[in-house]
Design a protein around this ligand. Structure first.
Ligand SMILES: [Zn+2]
Length: 81
């Protein structure tokens, strides 16, 4: 797990129950905290990650959720909102 440098001044840009995304102007990096995982990413990487996650979720909803038994879908759909 990467920890911020003591000189970092992280401005929180988005925070949800499970994830927070901050930005440090001194390092020019994003700090992405996801449970016990903490990532320091450059803007291009954040953009790539966001695009890939969105794409994966679309495929997941379309290809996987639609094939599940009816009782399974509400719990899975709820877990991705
Ligand atoms: Zn910093």
């Amino acid at each position: 797990m990467q920890t911020p440098s003591p000189t970092c001044r992280i401005e929180i840009l988005a925070r949800t129950e499970h994830c927070s995304v901050g930005y440090c102007r001194r390092c020019n990096v994003f700090h992405v905290d996801l449970g016990t995982v903490s990532l320091k990413l450059h803007a291009l990487q954040v953009h790539a990650l966001g695009g890939s996650l969105n794409q994966a979720l679309q495929v997941f909803k379309r290809a996987i959720l639609q094939g599940e038994a009816p009782g399974v879908r509400p719990a899975l759909e709820e877990s991705i909102h």
